[in-house]
Design a protein around this ligand. Structure first.
Ligand code: C5P
Length: 405
């Protein structure tokens, strides 16, 4: 999921990472690396307890700048260490956040550097707690969490499981992709808040006997990038995922389907409640008329196998015909030749607002690769040829364009 973060939209944004004393403190290093990989600049503050678990040098060696550990130092330098993150960073993430730090933040204490930095921070504050399940469920902690939530603090809730001391229960640090995604969301504009999006993605599987299928090599990667970007911008995503589609944000409503017919039925049910449709799936245009529920057996004398194909419903074209004027549609075209003319023709014939077309038979484009090279055109006659770029950056730009339709 992390590979679908929109690098261009996040590049050069600054996040301050607070690390508390917890066995999970080592995971903060990986969180920092993932955020840096997405293009963020990171500063770090370790509480005194955190420095017992992990060295500040680990963070500075990996590019955190600056790395804070104490409020006062002997030579009196940097008297404003408690104010700097508030002036420079756009979000403050504390991961792992200990019970003590939650208590300090809930009650406005500033008796250690991280708590003072948090008190002087006006931007979004995210907390990913990690602690023993008894500490997490204690009424004092519950009360502190309630106070903080009420104040608008974003929690990435801990998971249930076996914690370091061997106890079982809720208190394990949330998964790193979930923490990183929440941090990215806090840094990005929420310009799709309240928008309901129907997304189709991945391939479809059309059965032709009890065990064999007719399909294509779509990986769902472009669609997953759209799901992540739309979620990061605040949209509510309803994803109809063909087989093999990777993880999507868990806040997305994911419905797994196999055949074009199943995808069509699910899409038709959802469409009236949606504001926008992103039709990214590589839907099989035809389905083999099945031989039956068992495995087709070859006959020793066969010289050929004839399979009859019947057309599948065109999901996009059908829903576009039944759409309201306020519903926006982005469609895709994967072509092997005559890219621009085919794209313009499909834009019109299928009735979409925005069309993104790519060639399949070139590098940096098409099925299963990290990049895409798109020709984009819309119903108002605007056209652009984009250079090769990460699918996540292309997804972000397509959503930008969609918002202007
Ligand atoms: O396959 P074709 O090039 O016509 O696909 C163009 C667009 O139509 C894509 O956005 C694809 O997801 C959508 N489509 C569909 N249902 C089909 C075939 C294509 O929604 N049966």
């Amino acid at each position: 999921m992390i590979r679908h973060l929109p690098h261009n939209a996040l590049a050069r944004k600054r996040l301050h990472l607070g690390v508390c004393g917890s066995v999970a403190a080592y995971k903060a290093v990986e969180i920092m690396r993932l955020l840096q990989k997405a293009g963020l600049d990171i500063s770090v503050c370790l509480t005194q307890a955190a420095t017992r678990f992990i060295s500040p040098l680990t963070f500075s060696s990996l590019g955190a700048n600056p790395v804070y550990t104490r409020m006062f130092n002997d030579n009196g330098e940097n008297t404003f260490a408690h104010l700097e993150p508030g002036r420079q960073a756009e979000a403050l993430l504390i991961a792992p956040a200990s019970a003590t730090t939650l208590a300090r933040l809930a009650h406005g204490l500033a008796d250690d550097l991280l708590a003072a930095q948090a008190l002087a921070f006006n931007g979004p504050l995210l907390l990913a707690p990690a602690m023993n399940p008894n500490m997490w469920s204690h009424p004092a902690t519950r009360h502190n969490v309630k106070i903080l939530r009420k104040r608008g603090v974003i929690f990435v809730a801990p998971e249930s499981g076996r914690v370091a001391c061997g106890d079982e229960g809720e208190g394990k640090l949330a998964s790193l992709p979930e923490i990183v995604l929440a941090a990215a969301k806090a840094l990005l504009p929420q310009d799709m808040a309240g928008i309901k999006i129907l997304l189709t993605l991945g391939p479809t599987w059309e059965r032709w006997d009890g065990v064999r299928i007719w399909t294509n090599p779509s990986s769902g990667r472009m669609g997953a990038a759209l799901a992540v970007c739309a979620h990061l911008r605040g949209a509510e995503v309803f994803a109809l995922a063909g087989p093999g589609v990777p993880d999507l944000p868990h806040q997305a409503h994911r419905i797994d389907v196999a055949s074009a017919r199943q995808m069509f039925d699910a899409a038709s049910d959802l469409w009236p409640q949606m504001d926008t449709g992103l039709f990214c799936a590589a839907v099989a245009d035809f389905s083999p008329s099945p031989f039956g529920p068992t495995k087709y057996k070859k006959n020793g004398n066969d010289t050929e196998l004839n399979i009859r194909f019947l057309p599948n419903p065109d999901i996009l074209a059908t829903l576009a015909r039944h759409s309201r004027p306020d519903q926006k549609i982005l469609g895709f075209a994967a072509e092997t030749d005559n890219l621009e003319n085919n794209a313009r023709a499909k834009l019109k014939s299928k009735g979409m607002g925005l069309m993104a077309a790519n060639l399949l038979n070139v590098t940096d484009s098409g099925f299963a690769c990290a990049n895409n090279t798109l020709f984009v055109c819309d119903c108002r006659g605007r056209e652009e040829k984009w250079p090769p770029m990460l699918k996540s950056d292309a997804a972000w730009r397509l959503l930008d364009w969609l918002l202007t339709l």
